[in-house]
Ligand binder design. Structure first.
Ligand code: NAD
Length: 482
């Protein structure tokens, strides 16, 4: 359903909506027309927000209360998100270009994160360590304090909730830096947080330039933890800044994930997985299936079937819920097209696509399938972050593992086979934080997620993620025996 979109949006600092001296215009990727403006935070706002979060953290409003109180806050946030889902989905679809159903799914997923971590917020229990009669020793988990969370534009609402919910569950005060290209959906998410009545300064939202406000937040000694989701170069710059104060960090970076397909793969499962794996959200997914390694015996058959599926995808603006939507910006479209041109120059064959959709005003890239790709080519090694699949043939299981593991990334991987022994062998051998068998994107908010190598470190999602937001304290007590 259509909703009116306010012409100007604000930042949420210390429990209040705050305007700025500057503003940023947010465009609709399907039309390149402006959707709205948002207050652009500066360094002063960044300092204000850090002080507000610090005050909240030091006051113990979140951390010293009975944990059952945090459970109630998180459940209230989830309920408020559900009431705002229709409106939020419309805003997110307009500013981000994604399909309306996917924008809606982001809000539903965000609500699920808050419900899920509400379920664990009062179960963060330490252990008692036996040291003989002379001592009592126990550990407890304390919140980090001020958690600064830098969010990317591809799934802003669900990625924000993914880190914000466990951070609040553990009793941290949070500063979220929203992505410049798609900040408005997060304002709707924070309206839900405002309505839930959390203490002032517990959750704050700033839209600022990454190179200015983002860089300031991550290099501040007031920041106790950094949670970054985004590209490798930005992650590297943030790690360098974090080194100055030895600030603990969680890094969720990019990927170049491969699916390995054997001749006995179920064709229907495989095609459905390729469709969502590389064309969902126009391929702007960190865990996209950007490489398809296919056994040579079935290579031509699979390439033809995938190209047919890609050719039948219907493109359009997100509000019409098409199969295929635009890229986020003109800059991303130029980048993706340049990578396709390089692939062609290196000898890859565009079976379908390879160019922008010239008949459209928005930032539309054709669904693209490259065959004849060799593992050394750039298109086989670097993240494209668009609807571009690189198909690479292999002859043996050994060779498939070598190619799959042959990039600097290691976010996810997949195996398509009916042979349980082969599947289990590969789940161990593939270098990735998560391995899918016979369904790309299997798993959910309950399953730990994160990378190895240039894909980053630390885990989000699942129970394990909660322990990214606490630090262990040990208390060792001498007991007199007389
Ligand atoms: P990006 O690195 O350009 O920006 C991410 C965020 O970092 C933005 O909010 C930006 O403003 C901020 N930023 C930029 N420079 C900064 C600096 N010096 N200090 C602090 N913050 C700074 O990434 P993007 O283009 O928004 O997102 C796409 C990338 O994100 C892809 O590489 C994708 O793979 C990755 N990603 C990873 C995951 C994951 O969970 N592993 C999820 C989604 C996206």
């Amino acid at each position: 359903m259509k909703h009116a979109i306010a012409p100007h949006w604000l930042n949420f600092i210390d429990g209040a909506w705050v305007d700025g001296e500057r503003a940023l215009t947010v465009d609709n990727p399907a039309t390149a027309e402006p959707v709205a403006t948002i207050a652009l935070a500066g360094i002063e706002d960044a300092e204000r927000v850090l002080d507000a979060a610090r005050h909240c953290a030091d006051s113990g409003w979140l951390s010293a209360c009975r944990p059952a109180q945090r459970v109630q806050w998180l459940l209230r946030i989830a309920a408020e998100i559900r009431t705002l889902t229709d409106e939020g989905a419309w805003v997110l679809c307009q500013e981000n270009g994604k399909a309306l159903r996917d924008a809606r799914d982001e809000f539903v997923e965000a609500a699920r994160y808050f419900e899920y971590y509400a379920g664990i917020a009062d179960k963060v229990e330490g252990i008692s360590v036996p040291l003989g009669n002379g001592y009592v020793d126990f550990t407890s988990y304390e919140p980090m304090g001020v958690s600064v969370q830098i969010v990317p534009w591809n799934f802003p609402v669900s990625i924000c909730a993914r880190s914000l919910a466990p951070a609040l569950a553990a009793g941290n005060a949070v500063v979220v830096k929203s992505p410049e290209l798609s900040p408005l959906g997060l304002c709707v998410l924070f309206r839900a947080i405002e309505r839930a009545g959390l203490p002032r300064g517990a959750a704050n939202l700033l839209c600022g330039l990454g190179s200015e406000v983002g860089a300031h937040l991550v290099s501040s000694p007031k920041t106790d933890q950094i949670v970054f989701t985004g590209s490798v170069p930005t992650g590297q710059a943030i790690l360098a800044a974090a080194a100055q104060w030895a600030t603990p960090s969680v890094m969720e970076l990019g990927g170049k994930s491969a699916a390995v397909v054997f001749p006995d793969a179920d064709r229907e499962q495989l095609l459905a997985s390729v469709k969502s794996g590389i064309f969902f959200n126009a391929g702007q997914v960190c865990s996209a299936m950007s490489r398809l390694l296919v056994h040579r015996d079935i290579h031509d058959e699979i390439v033809a079937a995938v190209a047919e599926m890609a050719g039948a995808l219907v493109s359009g603006a997100g509000e019409d819920d098409p199969d295929h939507t635009p890229l986020i910006s003109h800059g991303q479209l130029e980048r993706v097209q340049a990578m396709c041109n390089e692939a062609i120059a290196e000898g890859a064959e565009a079976i379908i696509g390879g160019d922008r959709q010239g008949d459209r005003t928005g930032h539309f890239m054709q669904p693209t399938v490259f065959a004849g790709v060799r593992p050394q080519m750039k298109i086989a090694k670097e993240e494209v972050f668009g609807p571009v699949l690189a198909v690479i043939p292999f002859d043996t299981e050994e060779e498939a593992v070598e190619i799959a593991n042959g990039t600097a990334f290691g976010l996810v991987a997949g195996v398509f086979t009916q042979d349980i022994n082969r599947a289990l062998r590969l789940t161990r051998r593939l270098r990735a934080g998560q391995v899918f068998v016979n369904e790309w994107y299997a798993g959910g908010i309950e399953t730990p997620f994160g990378g190895v190598g240039l894909s980053g470190f630390g885990r989000e999602k699942g129970q394990e993620a909660l322990y990214s937001y606490v630090r262990t304290k040990n208390v060792a007590i001498r007991v007199r025996q007389d």
